[in-house]
Design a protein around this ligand. Structure first.
Ligand SMILES: [Zn+2]
Ligand SMILES: [Zn+2]
Length: 458
């Protein structure tokens, strides 16, 4: 068995992994870096340029896992592509949006290779994706009842509890099992329910490490954190503030809408107008359409109907009147320049009346990370094309990660007691904590932090 980490650095970026089991060669995820551009935003496909890839398996439809899929399909035309049906639906919307973003960036940042793929190529690519049901073995030929050939390879998808459609993937071949967690959450969120992962012994575990550098805060519960948001919103409304909540369009937007719905229903807050972006509304529609067929909390809640958010676009976000008592749940979560959350934040951060609430992960070097860490009275350049601004607005932080705590990642690893553990999807301190802890807790296991671009013989 061979493994190469194709992510360019030890980070959460263009996540992609090459795996060779027996005669089978495949890719796990084909992400695009959410912040970098050009070549630096792609996985290092050159490291496997001479290999013939038979299959590409996609865990979920976040940009950092699916963003370069059409490109990978062009490079490896013989590869079959596997994902859940929901990830396919969400992923197609995300990739078409990505074409629009790259087309705009071609001018803005002078990147001549953009767009890396077109709408037409995205449509053609998505027609070739194989939809996999959950908890059912699928052969690399795409058959649901695989023949029992000696060296056959099968995939099985398990709910990962991270965002709609997200999954972990079990690979079986050569009497060995490899389980890739993708992005996972072992606890319930406001809408998503916790992961349902295999609990039997696994030979090789490839595990995400996003929260490896943070202990679970003492006494933290989702219910008490939700209550803290309701109180903070109430206090903001009292001083006639508006509140910006920067979020990922997929996942965090719907979690926050679900939370705001609960606040209204519990009469913690009066009615108030809520705004989201166009891309977020498309993903929210999919959450609503699939509410009955997915495991989730609040299954009868239809976010677009019952929360009824107003929709902003690239133009209206610049001139919509900023009024107190309104909540703006805008993407991107990392406040990448030119996105709705970035443009809107630049309109309010110099005003001490208004508030910005951070509710999830942001790369420390992203505009959201810079703003969060600078805090009130600091200075920040949210857009490198514009002058820096003094931060006068109120900045508050809440913990609603869509990722597993490091404690639950370690507990899961112990339950499936793998022979080998590969640590991926984490910044260096997160990976290092997981490496040290798992080496100590599972002394019989080989715990590996795979150096990017280096082939491992497992
Ligand atoms: Zn994700
Ligand atoms: Zn991710």
């Amino acid at each position: 068995m061979k493994f190469t980490n194709l992510t360019r650095r030890t980070e959460i970026g263009a996540n992609s992994y090459y795996l060779e089991i027996g005669r089978h060669r495949l890719l796990l995820d084909c992400g695009m870096h959410p912040k970098n551009t050009g070549e630096d935003a792609l996985p290092d496909f050159k490291a496997i340029a001479d290999r013939e890839i038979k299959a590409i398996v996609i865990s979920h439809a976040h940009q950092d896992h699916i963003g370069t899929l059409p490109l990978a399909m062009r490079r490896f035309p013989g590869a079959r592509v596997f994902m859940t049906e929901t990830t396919a639906e969400v992923g197609s919307v995300l990739l078409h949006n990505s074409v629009n973003v790259m087309t705009r960036q071609r001018e803005e940042i002078g990147e001549p290779s953009y767009p890396l793929f077109t709408h037409r190529e995205t449509d053609r690519a998505s027609e070739r994706w194989h939809w996999c049901p959950l908890r059912q073995q699928i052969s690399i030929a795409g058959e649901r009842t695989p023949r029992r050939e000696k060296d056959a390879l099968t995939f099985e998808f398990f709910e990962a509890g991270h965002v709609l459609g997200s999954s972990g993937v079990m690979l079986r071949a050569d009497r060995q099992t490899v389980f890739y967690t993708g992005d996972v959450n072992f606890d319930d969120q406001t809408i998503m329910e916790a992961a349902v992962f295999p609990e039997r012994k696994i030979d090789v575990l490839i595990i995400e490490c996003t929260r490896g550098d943070h202990a679970k805060p003492q006494g933290w519960t989702r219910a008490s954190e939700e209550r803290r948001v309701a109180d903070a919103l109430g206090a903001a409304f009292e001083r006639d503030a508006c509140v910006l909540i920067p979020v990922f369009a997929l996942g965090k937007t719907q979690e926050i809408l679900g939370m705001l719905y609960k606040f209204r229903r519990q009469r913690l807050l009066p009615e108030f107008p809520i705004y989201i972006g166009g891309l977020s509304s498309k993903f929210t529609d999919i959450y609503d359409r699939r509410a009955h067929t997915t495991r989730r909390q609040l299954p009868r809640l239809r976010l677009m109907r019952d929360v009824a958010p107003f929709i902003l676009n690239d133009e209206t976000v610049r001139d919509t009147p900023v009024r107190g008592g309104r909540v703006y749940v805008l993407s991107s979560g990392m406040m990448i320049p030119k996105t709705l959350s970035n443009v809107f934040a630049r309109r309010i951060i110099q005003n001490p009346q208004h508030s910005i609430f951070f509710v999830g992960y942001a790369n420390p070097e992203s505009p959201a990370g810079l703003l969060r860490d600078a805090g009130r009275a600091g200075e920040v350049a949210l857009d490198p094309d514009k002058p820096p601004q003094r931060i006068c607005s109120n900045i508050e932080q809440f913990q609603f990660s869509a990722h597993a705590t490091r404690e639950t990642l370690v507990a899961y690893s112990k339950r499936v007691s793998p022979k080998k553990i590969l640590l991926v999807h984490g910044d260096p301190p997160a990976i290092e904590w997981m490496r040290a802890t798992l080496s100590h807790e599972l002394p019989a296991a080989e715990v590996i932090a795979p150096t990017p671009g280096v082939e491992l013989d497992l």
